[in-house]
Design a binder for this molecule. Structure first.
Ligand code: ADP
Ligand code: MG
Length: 612
């Protein structure tokens, strides 16, 4: 294995690498760095997330640019604001001894004027999301006509998010003879199209298999009514007492909600998403690394940085918007030679997506049933029996045994075993005794039940759907057509392709819809938001053009915002839980039990995952 020194990096970088504690290059770094340092070449690099791609392009870029010049020489495009900030941060760390280096992040949802000012001070490297940099190019706030190196990071994600046109547009403002370095986890057709279109004889490197999800991972799906999603999740956890998992949700809000509910129900769970502070995220990740958290509920973006090897299960609580993302998710398990399971909880309306995913991963899913209550009781019982069987006797206990032995003098071994196991078994038994079958057969489908969040069937239900219509005070005179406005909203709010719909632009204002569950987020985001120096105002609209149902919507000028937020916040959607929380240890006061538990971060079940 090469050292960083042997890869040809200069002293400034090596010093920073030492500070960062990187001892040896990762595979993609080992392959990419010498190529990029020693050649003026285009490059296509395929490597899963978490393999150190940022440094693979970051080090060579830092070494090759001329820091004494204030011209923008490097452009890094990345799909989301979070990643953009993450890369900028990493680049600054890598370049901390490169005196005079100026790396500037350019992304939506933050003041464009501030960013333009930072760029103007002389940014040798710009890290950008496509939407914002395109905006800045068209307003001549950046000049990328002299760049020498362009990086397309997470190219598959960018294309999934619909940035193809933007990327084309952006690159048309760069010199022909620059080098383009494309990094991607997967190689769908669209990425090869980009590679063909924008690159000249690119060198190719691959870490692991192209497009294939790891062979160590098996894929399962579970078909339930959408309203049973949460109960299904709990059963999957209970049926796997030693689970150590990442649970993926689509939105930050769902992520938080599911994690909170799991914690309340007695599981060792934690949330990881972009609304948490760095400190909060670090705490959660540390607890996860130490196995104190068994179920890490995460958004796709936040899960990017997870570098934990022994994850046993990935649970797709909801499928991702873009099915390509599934590969990223399932790749979190089955690492470092271990086996893993990727489970998908689907409702009837999504089941067709399974077929598309199978085509992408080139592997078949197994359709499995959510275990019924008695199966779970059995699993828990056997898990406990195993654990006891494997327990080493602690002889410190001997001195207390006299009284205990006396107590059981007349109890036979058989009885004693039954009593001992009943302590735990009864908890699960009582809890699951009357539980219902959560599985639905393909074909027997109650459509109305399949709308836990108003999302499913939205298109079909048309005007009757649970979507919210908004008024926004920008329109065609501000340069928006419906597509631009949709992109703008998607980027600002960090939403998926289908989350904003029925966009209608008028001259000085426009309308758009989201599903109700996003209402709070949308209104909160635009509480204090400026676009091109002007406050952008978003209100729930009375125009029924796309739903809104019969609710009493607020007039656009009336009402104070706090009041509106509460009145419009769709808070009544607490999940019906299967008899509420998880079976608790009998005999304890459940409140003190809970607080003690959350202090120590442990789980009530004895069938707890043993620390490794
Ligand atoms: P990717 O872009 O492939 O998903 P990142 O570049 O974000 O991966 O790197 C993932 C994590 O690994 C980051 O926290 C980074 O600091 C760290 N890292 C990168 N290279 C090394 C290395 N050679 N040794 C140790 N840690 C590394
Ligand atoms: Mg990356």
């Amino acid at each position: 294995m090469n050292t960083f020194q042997e890869l040809g990096l200069n002293e400034d970088l090596l010093q920073a690498i030492t500070d960062l504690g990187f001892t040896k290059p990762s595979e993609v770094q080992e392959k990419a760095i010498p190529i990029l340092l020693n050649n003026e070449t285009d490059l296509v690099a395929l490597a899963q997330t978490g393999t150190g791609k940022t440094a693979a392009f970051g080090f060579p870029m830092l070494q090759k640019i001329n820091i004494d010049s204030r011209t923008t020489q490097g452009l890094i495009l990345s799909p989301t604001r979070e990643l953009c900030l993450q890369i900028t941060n990493e680049m600054k760390l890598y370049g901390k001894y490169c005196k005079g280096l100026n790396v500037v992040a350019v992304y939506g949802g933050s003041s464009i004027t501030d960013q333009a000012r930072d760029v103007k001070k002389g940014a040798q490297i710009i890290v950008a999301t496509p939407g914002r940099i395109k905006d800045m190019i068209s307003r001549r706030l950046v000049d990328i006509s002299k760049i020498e190196y362009a990086v397309l990071d997470e190219a598959d994600e960018m294309l999934n998010m619909g940035f193809y046109e933007d990327i084309t547009d952006i690159l048309s403002n760069t010199p022909e003879d620059k080098c383009t370095w494309l990094f991607s986890a997967t190689m769908p057709k669209e990425v090869s199209v980009i590679a063909k279109k924008f690159m000249e004889n690119p060198q190719e490197i691959t870490v692991g298999n192209k497009n294939e999800s790891t062979s160590q991972v098996s894929h399962e799906y579970y078909l339930v009514n959408a309203r049973d999603r949460y109960n299904a999740l709990k059963r999957l956890a209970d049926a796997n007492p030693d689970i150590f998992s990442v649970v993926f949700c689509r939105t930050k809000r769902d992520t938080q909600k599911v994690a909170e509910q799991l914690i309340e129900d007695g599981y060792n769970a934690g949330a990881l998403h972009g609304d948490l502070s760095q400190n909060q995220r670090d705490l959660v990740m540390n607890a996860f690394r130490k196995n104190q958290i068994q179920m890490l509920v995460a958004t796709d973006v936040a899960a990017r940085g997870i570098d934990v090897d022994d994850i046993t299960h990935v649970i797709n609580y909801q499928l991702p918007d873009e099915i390509e993302t599934y590969t990223h998710r399932s790749g979190r398990t089955g690492r470092a030679g271990k086996t893993g399971v990727s489970m998908v909880i689907v409702s009837k309306s999504e089941v067709r997506k399974i077929k598309s995913i199978e085509r992408i991963i080139n592997k078949a899913f197994e359709k499995k049933d959510i275990p019924d209550g008695m199966e779970i009781c059995e699993v828990q019982l056997m898990s406990l029996a195993n654990k006891i069987h494997n327990t080493e006797i602690n002889h410190e206990i001997d001195k207390y045994l006299t009284n205990i032995k006396e107590m059981f003098e007349d109890t036979t071994k058989d009885e004693l075993i039954k009593k001992f196991f009943s302590v735990e078994f009864t908890r699960f038994y009582n809890y699951y005794q009357k539980s219902k079958n959560l599985n639905i057969a393909e074909g027997s489908f109650d459509r109305d039940n399949d709308r836990e969040d108003g999302r499913e069937g939205r298109r079909d239900f048309g005007g009757k759907s649970d979507s919210t219509r908004y008024f926004i005070n920008v329109g065609s005179k501000d340069g928006f057509d419906w597509m631009k406005l949709k992109d703008f909203l998607k980027e600002q709010l960090e939403l998926g392709r289908d989350d904003v719909f029925k966009v209608e632009t008028k001259e000085s204002f426009s309308f758009f819809n989201t599903e109700n569950e996003l209402k709070e987020k949308v209104l909160a985001f635009f509480t204090d938001f400026k676009h091109e120096g002007r406050f952008v105002n978003v209100e729930v609209s009375e125009n029924r053009g796309g739903g809104g149902g019969g609710r009493r919507d607020r007039k656009r000028s009336g009402g104070n915002r706090d009041e509106r937020k509460t009145s419009s916040g769709n808070r009544g959607d607490r999940r019906r839980s299967e008899g509420g929380s998880k079976p608790r240890r009998s005999g304890g006061d459940s409140n003190s039990d809970r607080s003690r538990r959350s202090d120590s971060g442990s789980r009530p079940s004895v069938a707890r995952r043993s620390r490794r």
